[in-house]
Design a protein around this ligand. Structure first.
Ligand SMILES: *Cc1c(COP(=O)(O)O)cnc(C)c1O
Length: 372
């Protein structure tokens, strides 16, 4: 079958960028998190195509490892996942709006309901028997979720939610004073549904400790190799290796400038490797350098090669002056994100978070799966 996971198109074979995804590392990260919360079910958040890693392959690997519950953002993501995960429980975080009911029912998906109107809609969808759903309670993030009063006003006996959940706004800051009041508000809301399984935390929240873990934890980023929190006390393995090929190597004299805007003037005679990846591939423009600021670092054979000047749409210049002359050649692969260029370091250099780096890795990179 063409186009299926693992299929190679001629386009892939000539791609100057590749994204290698270590499914073994995803599974080991999932097991590590599950061990850290032994009394809770460890679900997996695979929205946005598993943060760009490929939801079908990632979920199949996790399903084989014993993961039973998955979260996606949209009905379309859930329906696609149902094609490979026949038995799993799949929750749709965006809930249910008019027009989505059929897609949810047909694929056996469970909406995460956040408003009284959604609850009404879901109870009406199949007259008589309400299909399973989750209820999202807002405990202070003020994004999605029912207030405690709105929860109390629902026909809970009829809706019979299978999961009660909420989400922390500041879980990645262990000392943040918002965490404990959110937990307390969640515990209070639970009084109304004492027998319903409860879930509060994402990857970072797991490390706030047992009182936060409840019946189910919902990691996303930590499965994919992001370090979720300064409090994370377990080893999270890198999953994504994003690489690009060198298309030109040049010598540039001191005092010359590199790239658009001549933003970076060389203070020494330099050797420059130009790689075939840029912001169209998700290597953010903000990762570039100028005379005023340092940029991100790529790696060749484990050695750092800093970005020189602005990142273009399809090209980026790297400083390879400090590498032995004959150790780098046209056509060689350079690591932009991976074991050396950690997703969190690259994100920091570009003024963003690892989530945005992973989700943004371009579609034109060939996807290679290892460790399955
Ligand atoms: C995205 C998301 C998660 C996963 O968050 P990470 O920080 O990636 O672990 C968990 N719960 C909800 C409601 C989410 O939207």
């Amino acid at each position: 079958m063409s186009g299926g996971p693992g299929a190679r198109s001629p386009h892939d074979l000539a791609s100057p960028t590749r994204l290698t995804i270590d499914l073994g590392a995803v599974v080991r990260n999932w097991r590590t998190l599950a061990r850290f919360a032994p009394a809770s079910e460890c679900a997996a958040v695979v929205k946005a195509d598993a943060y760009g890693m490929g939801a079908a392959r990632v979920s199949a690997a996790l399903g084989e490892a014993g993961c039973r519950t998955f979260f996606v953002a949209t009905v379309a993501e859930g329906a696609a996942l149902r094609g490979t995960l026949h038995e799993a429980i799949i929750y749709v975080l965006n809930g249910v709006l008019e027009g989505w009911e059929r897609g949810l029912i047909d694929a056996g998906l469970r909406p995460v309901i956040s408003t009284p109107r959604q609850a009404e809609l879901w109870m009406r969808t199949r007259s008589g028997r309400t299909s399973p759903c989750a209820l999202h309670i807002d405990t202070g993030m003020n994004r999605l979720g029912l207030s405690r009063e709105a929860l109390a006003a629902l026909d809970l006996a009829r809706l019979r939610p299978a999961l009660l959940m909420s989400h922390l706004a500041c879980a990645d800051e262990p000392g943040n004073p918002k965490n404990e009041p959110q937990r307390a508000a969640f515990v209070a809301a639970r009084d109304l549904l004492p027998d319903t399984p409860a879930s509060l935390v994402n990857s970072a929240g797991i490390f706030l400790g047992v009182p936060y873990q409840f019946d189910m934890i919902r990691p996303g980023i930590a499965l994919y190799g992001g370090r979720p929190s300064p409090a994370c006390s377990v080893a999270i393995e890198a999953v994504a290796t994003f690489e690009a090929r060198i298309v030109q190597i040049r010598h540039v004299s001191a005092g010359e400038a590199i790239g658009y805007g001549a933003a970076r003037i060389l203070d020494r005679a330099s050797r420059v490797a130009v790689i075939a990846a840029g912001y169209a591939d998700g290597y953010l423009r903000a990762a570039g350098s100028s005379d005023a600021r340092e940029g991100a670092k790529a790696f060749i054979a484990g050695r750092a090669v800093p970005v020189l000047g602005r990142v273009s749409m399809d090209l980026t210049a790297l400083d390879i002056t400090d590498l032995a002359e004959d150790s780098v050649r046209e056509g060689d692969w350079v690591e932009l994100v991976g074991a050396h260029a950690s997703v969190d370091e690259v994100a920091k250099a570009a003024g963003t978070i690892g989530y945005e780096i992973l989700c943004g890795i371009g579609r034109r990179a060939e996807r290679i799966y290892v460790g399955a």
